[in-house]
Every structure is written in structure tokens, then in C-alpha cells.
Design a protein around this ligand. Structure first.
Ligand SMILES: NC(=O)c1ccc[n+]([C@@H]2O[C@H](COP(=O)([O-])OP(=O)(O)OC[C@H]3O[C@@H](n4cnc5c(N)ncnc54)[C@H](O)[C@@H]3O)[C@@H](O)[C@H]2O)c1
Length: 274
């Protein structure tokens, strides 16, 4: 029960890595605030997490005995981020952990000069500014209590480039920059900020993941072909599993990592070690 007594806010919790983190945290005794947009977003060419999927994550966490508050909010909207943290504090009194997992992988699949202003803005607004808004909403509270762990789910795309993914790559590199700067701002107050960089994660039906399929679609290659490329590119010769990411997030959320801040933790089977 590594998170007993802690309240964690997890964004992007309807499915995928957010759901994997939520259920793992629930097993470890956390109280949870599970946030997702719960509807599709204009300009994103694939369905986002639904209200029903968010409810399913809630049910899975409650089955582990967790107290859960579900919040439908868009991390592109400051007021909704502030309201979500307000609701979390009303319900649980304090927040010790924030996992910024909400993100989109597309619109992508274009060379830099082909990206429209709207596509660029949407990507940065969601994958970079969303994490900043949630951090801004919760950090004064964490500073006042002299405790907190903020986990930004970046990507290997925050460390290296990927062809035809400039918006995503720029947003994730920016997220690592935000992580380092925020870590310095809050270190005197024992609020830690770290980035987690997953490699290519298998689309596990249990968490209803679909990012790998969407990336393959953006690149106009078959999912199996895309998986094979990454199995070969990741030196451990396998895709990452959602629970691998949840395990790393658990460590960053808990007290065993109390001296870890401003770090970039890769869970990529050695992909970026080359
Ligand atoms: N799956 C991978 O292979 C992989 C690899 C590296 C990094 N990541 C990162 O991990 C995070 C989670 O990815 P995933 O694979 O679980 O994807 P996913 O699409 O399955 O889940 C993302 C969730 O974020 C939510 N979301 C999107 N925009 C939102 C918004 N504006 N406000 C609130 N919620 C919003 C979606 O509704 C969805 O439920 C993302 O930041 C992604 O970039 C994923």
C-alpha cells in the first residue's frame, strides 16, 4: 500500500496509460481524482476517451477499494483545470500526486511545412499547455503543504525526433523542459516534478489503448508493420506494456523516489540508449 493516505489526480484517465496508472494506484491505496475530456475533440482524427470509458476506469478502481471522484474536463481550458482541482480538494482535502497523462498523438503524419496553424496549436495546447495548466492549478496547494509529486507523461518523442511528428515531438520536448523548470521552482518546497518517457506501448484491450494504432494510421502503415518496426528498434525486442508505465509512475508518486526531481525516466526497452 505504497500510496495509502495520498490523493492522486490523473488526467487522461478514461483509458490507456491513464487507466493503467489509476488501477495500479488504486491497488496501492490511493484516493483518486480521475479526469478526462470524455468526448471527441474537433481536429483530432480519432475518438478520444468517452464518458463510458471513464466510468469503467472508476469501477475498476472502486473494485480495489479506492475512493474515486470522476471529473469531465478539458485540459485546454484553465477554468476547467482550476475547477477540477477545487473539486478534488473539496472531496479529499489535499492532493499529493498529479499525473499529467492527457494527450493526443494526432493530427500528425505531415512534414513541418504541411502542418496548419490549427493543427500545431491543438497539439501544443493539449500535450504541453494542458500539463502546465494542471500544474498551475495544483502547485500552490502543494507548495503550501510542502509535499507533492507531479508526473508528466512525456514520450521518447520528448528526447529524439520522429519523422512526420513535429507537433507531437515539439510538445513532448517542451514538456520535458517544463518538467525541469518546474522542478527547480518547487524543489525548495519539496514538491517534485518528473517526466516519464514511454517507448512504444502495446495497445492492450484491457485498458482500451489505441495510440499505437493511431500512430500507424498517421504514418499510413499497417499496425502489425508498425509494431514490428518498434519491436526491432527497442533493444529489448518487445513492446512496452501499460503496467510497465504504471509501475514507474507508482515509484515516482511514492516516497521511495523522494530525492528524485527534474528527472526524465525512460521506460523504452533501451530505445534511446542507442
Ligand atoms: N501509448 C503509447 O505508446 C505512448 C508512448 C509514449 C507516450 N505516450 C503518452 O502517454 C499519454 C497517454 O497516452 P495513451 O496511450 O494512454 O493514449 P489514449 O489516447 O489511450 O489516452 C489519452 C487520454 O487522454 C484524454 N485526453 C485527450 N485530450 C484531452 C484533453 N484536452 N483534456 C482531457 N483529456 C484529454 C483522452 O480522452 C484519452 O482518454 C499521452 O500523453 C501520450 O502522448 C503514450
Amino acid at each position: 500500500m505504497q500510496l495509502k493516505g495520498k490523493t492522486a489526480v490523473i488526467t487522461g484517465a478514461a483509458r490507456g496509460l491513464g487507466r493503467a496508472c489509476a488501477t495500479r494506484f488504486a491497488e496501492e491505496g490511493a484516493d483518486l481524482v480521475l479526469l478526462d475530456i470524455g468526448q471527441d475533440l474537433d481536429g483530432v482524427p480519432y475518438p478520444l476517451g468517452s464518458g463510458g470509458q471513464l466510468e469503467h476506469t472508476v469501477d475498476l478502481c472502486r473494485a480495489h477499494g479506492a475512493a474515486v471522484l470522476a471529473v469531465t474536463a478539458d485540459v485546454r481550458r484553465s477554468a476547467e483545470c482550476e475547477t477540477a482541482i477545487g473539486q478534488a480538494l473539496d472531496r479529499f482535502g489535499s492532493v499529493q500526486v498529479l499525473v499529467n497523462g492527457a494527450g493526443i498523438a494526432a493530427p500528425s503524419g505531415k512534414a513541418v511545412h504541411e502542418i496548419t496553424e490549427d493543427e500545431w496549436d491543438l497539439m501544443i495546447d493539449t500535450d504541453l499547455s494542458g500539463a502546465w495548466r494542471m500544474t498551475k492549478a495544483v502547485s500552490a496547494h502543494m507548495v503550501a503543504r510542502n509535499e507533492g509529486s507531479i508526473i508528466n507523461v512525456a514520450s521518447t518523442a520528448g528526447l529524439v525526433g520522429y519523422r512526420h511528428f513535429a507537433g507531437y515531438v515539439a510538445a513532448k520536448h517542451g514538456l520535458i523542459g517544463l518538467t525541469k523548470a518546474a522542478a527547480l521552482d518547487y524543489a525548495p518546497h519539496r514538491v517534485r516534478v518528473n517526466a516519464l518517457c514511454p517507448g512504444s506501448v502495446r495497445d492492450d484491450p484491457l485498458v482500451e489503448g489505441r495510440m499505437l494504432a493511431e500512430i500507424a494510421r498517421s504514418l499510413d502503415v499497417a499496425v502489425e508493420e508498425h509494431e514490428q518496426i518498434f519491436v526491432q528498434a527497442q533493444p529489448m525486442n518487445r513492446l512496452i506494456e501499460p503496467e510497465d508505465i504504471a509501475g514507474a509512475a507508482l515509484w515516482l508518486a511514492g516516497d521511495d523516489s523522494r530525492q528524485v526531481t527534474g528527472s526524465t525516466i525512460t521506460v523504452d526497452g533501451g530505445f534511446t540508449a542507442r
